[in-house]
Design a protein around this ligand. Structure first.
Ligand SMILES: *Cc1c(COP(=O)(O)O)cnc(C)c1O
Length: 496
């Protein structure tokens, strides 16, 4: 049976999986969601023996039902190969009694690689299946990590161009260097004088501009999105939760059907939504623990049932989570409203007009699977230092936000026994300065690459390729623009 996808704002807009991947966002501005979340159809005994790639096939085939076995297996093979520096793809590391699921072994050393190494292949396959003749233009707003991971995924992929917008003063120096040194004639990188939410809104506005769409079509182009709103990003992210559970089971850490908790450092709500989908597939997950940094709009939402983005935007040392509009939350809102597109559309309208909305008490009841909290900047630093001094394991700032919230969860709930997986979303080498400053203030005056080498020494881990590569790489992109010039910049790139 084919699984269809519909818009979170209009149940009548129905498309296949490949069409949803191609379109990115629905015509009405909604997000595509599967009409039902399929139940896992392989047993834990089988999953326990599977490689990452085999697990990926077992999970993804249930969502992408219009892909043939050969198409999907080819996409998986091309994505999860030697670009990853470990054959396990997503290894688990135990520290202080929790299991860190390291999602940063891909080419840009952050978890975005888990999905963005496969998305270009899913997209090209989808274009072929739907007889698309236009060149695909990937338009992406990034808070730092998506941008580089998307650039790396799409660089030199035939039939595609990619344009990435990032907040000029809102990403780490290493994140910026990674992006502006990107090779590939089909890649474009633009800094904007604004924050991530403005970049995201600008991109969304271009997607839902019919005049622009027509103009591009005439020129032989069409937009698609590599942002985490694309269902082709979300589905590959479900895989690693299934994989992690199966590995814990295979290693005897948990027994049959034993529930685990999952802690996810959250920004756009994509990664934790994937865990929620995994739970809805039947994976025994207890609590979904949503960890925010000082931009704690999600924590407040879980506390009060009101989502309110009208607040100060704080630049933190976990910049990939500096987000006030968590786009993927819309998929959860739709679901807790009982798949009610009209209700969801009403709330999203309220968000775009007055910047906030409040869910009903029935909807709030449906949030019981979630626990939300946040970690302050000072607490995040203390967590990094504590885990390092206690175990020698060095975690990045985003992962530390999750570890900090997990600590609070244990204190508040008393649930200290349930085995817990913490999504480790970036290598500490991606945020070297913040990480090293947390470990010892003396590092404050050191140069970036001195810190990299020192981290390698104290953490006893090799400097990842992604960092070695940019040591001496030339800057290839230097476009900067105002928020209201984004469309102009896109047209300029495409007219060359
Ligand atoms: C993107 C990102 C996050 C947030 O993930 P969401 O899916 O947007 O919630 C957390 N940590 C890192 C390192 C990231 O790059």
């Amino acid at each position: 049976m084919e699984l269809m996808y519909s818009s979170t704002r209009n149940q009548n807009e129905k498309v296949t999986a490949s069409q949803a991947i191609l379109k990115g966002l629905a015509n009405d501005g909604g997000l595509f969601v599967p009409d039902a979340i399929p139940a896992l159809d392989v047993s834990m005994e089988e999953l326990a023996k599977m490689s990452y790639q085999e697990t990926a096939y077992a999970v993804m085939k249930q969502f992408l039902t219009d892909f043939t076995e050969e198409e999907l297996k080819t996409c998986i093979e091309r994505a999860y190969d030697s670009k990853f520096d470990t054959t396990e793809i997503a290894p688990l590391v135990e520290a202080q009694g929790a299991y860190y699921l390291e999602l940063f072994h891909g080419s840009t050393i952050a978890f975005k690689d888990m999905a963005l190494s496969i998305l270009p292949h899913l997209l090209i396959t989808s274009a072929r299946k739907n007889n698309v003749k236009n060149e695909i233009v990937i338009l992406t707003a990034t808070s730092g990590d998506t941008g580089k991971a998307a650039l790396a995924g799409f660089a030199e992929v035939e039939g595609t161009k990619i344009i990435v917008f990032y907040p000029k003063n809102g990403v780490s120096p290493i994140q910026e260097k990674q992006m502006v040194t990107q090779k590939g004639a089909n890649t474009h990188v633009v800094g904007i004088y604004g924050n991530f939410d403005q970049a995201q809104s600008g991109v969304k506005a271009m997607f839902s501009n019919p005049a622009l769409k027509e103009e591009l079509d005439k020129a032989g182009y069409q937009f698609s999105s590599a942002n985490s709103i694309n269902i082709g990003r979300l589905v590959p992210q479900i895989v690693y939760y299934v994989y992690a559970y199966a590995k814990l089971y295979a290693n005897g850490v948990i027994g049959k059907d034993e529930k685990i908790n999952v802690v996810v450092p959250t920004g756009n709500f994509g990664n934790i939504l994937a865990a929620y989908y995994a739970k809805n597939m039947g994976l025994p997950i207890g609590k979904l623990i949503c960890a925010s940094n000082e931009n704690k709009v999600l924590y407040d939402f879980f506390e009060t049932g009101e989502y309110d983005k009208n607040r100060e935007f704080i630049l933190t040392n976990s910049p990939s989570m500096d987000i006030l509009i968590s786009s993927n939350l819309e998929r959860l809102i739709y679901r807790i409203a009982g798949n009610d597109a009209a209700k969801n559309a009403e709330l999203m309208k309220s968000l775009s007009t007055i910047g906030k909305y409040e869910i009903t008490s029935e909807m709030k009841e449906n949030l019981k699977d979630f626990y939300g909290n946040y970690t302050s900047e000072a607490e995040t630093q203390a967590v990094i230092k504590d885990i390092y001094e206690d175990t020698g394991y060095v975690i990045d700032t985003h992962t530390a936000v999750a570890a900090g919230v997990y600590k609070k969860y244990k204190e508040v709930s008393g649930d200290t026994e349930t085995k817990t997986v913490i999504a480790s979303t970036a290598s500490p080498f991606k945020f070297t300065r913040s990480v090293m400053n947390a470990i010892d203030a003396k590092y404050d005056s050191w140069e970036d690459f001195e810190l990299v080498d020192e981290l390698s020494k104290i953490g006893n881990v090799m400097v990842p390729n992604a960092i070695e590569e940019i040591r001496n790489a030339p800057v290839l992109h230097n476009t900067v623009c105002e928020v209201d010039e984004m469309e102009k910049v896109v047209k300029e790139f495409l007219s060359k």
